[in-house]
Design a protein around this ligand. Sequence first.
Ligand code: NAD
Length: 256
Amino acid sequence: MPRVAGKVAIVTGGAMGIGQACAELLAAEGAAVVVTDRETEAGKKVADAITAAGHRAMFVEHDVGDEDAWKKVIAAALKAYGKVDILVNNAGVGWFGDVEHTSLDDWRKLLRINLDGVFLGIKYAIPAMRTAGGGSIINMSSIEGLVGDPRIAAYNASKGGVRLLSKSAALYCARERTGIRVNSVHPGYIVTPMVERGIESSDNPAEMRKTLEALHPVGHMGKPMDIAYGVLYLASDESEFATGSELVIDGGYTAQ
Ligand SMILES: NC(=O)c1ccc[n+]([C@@H]2O[C@H](COP(=O)([O-])OP(=O)(O)OC[C@H]3O[C@@H](n4cnc5c(N)ncnc54)[C@H](O)[C@@H]3O)[C@@H](O)[C@H]2O)c1
């Protein structure tokens, strides 16, 4: 029996990286998946490939920091598939900047996507999921939402914010008996376009790759499917007692 058979999932930032893996795995395990992203061509390709593999998916163009766009995404999911059971708030951006040298403009740009985007997703998913009798909201935080890094002040702030926003929303949904669960996921470094861009833009990419690998006690970075399997667990009814929790998948990074 597929693990999310008959469920409807929205995956933001599903055009590549971790979001793409989540969309593909949820679809393969029986969910109809609404892939959203601001990258239209890449997002359509992911949805088309899922459909070509015999599963259900559609693409909706989406900027997660835009409130009206969220209303359209939820409406599109309801129109196409009749309900929303799973929301993976995965879309995110990251760039270097310590607290002293980050401009207010760059701070706001990052927070708009990584934190406002997650807030809006939760806000608009709750009414849709309540109607369906419950659901699972999975918010992509990071190891950087658990421990600090002096080079990424805004990113740290956004991912720490996602961690506690998830708990606040989980408690609200539990208290209101909505049947909706909210959890956060905390990946270590995962080889995706985001991380590849960071490596390639460094002064010595080969050295940078080795440095990042060495940060993980297991000796290597993760792959998108390592995270997608955790998301699948939280999306499925197997995790029905899990809410307000933090799923750390980081090769031991934060165990040290
Ligand atoms: N890769 C890692 O090492 C790592 C580690 C911890 C957490 N994360 C988090 O996982 C998530 C996915 O990261 P990734 O590595 O796959 O990144 P990625 O850059 O490879 O993919 C991110 C996707 O999000 C989309 N996106 C960006 N801004 C958007 C917006 N405003 N609206 C809609 N879509 C938008 C991008 O177009 C892209 O398709 C992010 O939230 C990231 O912070 C990544």
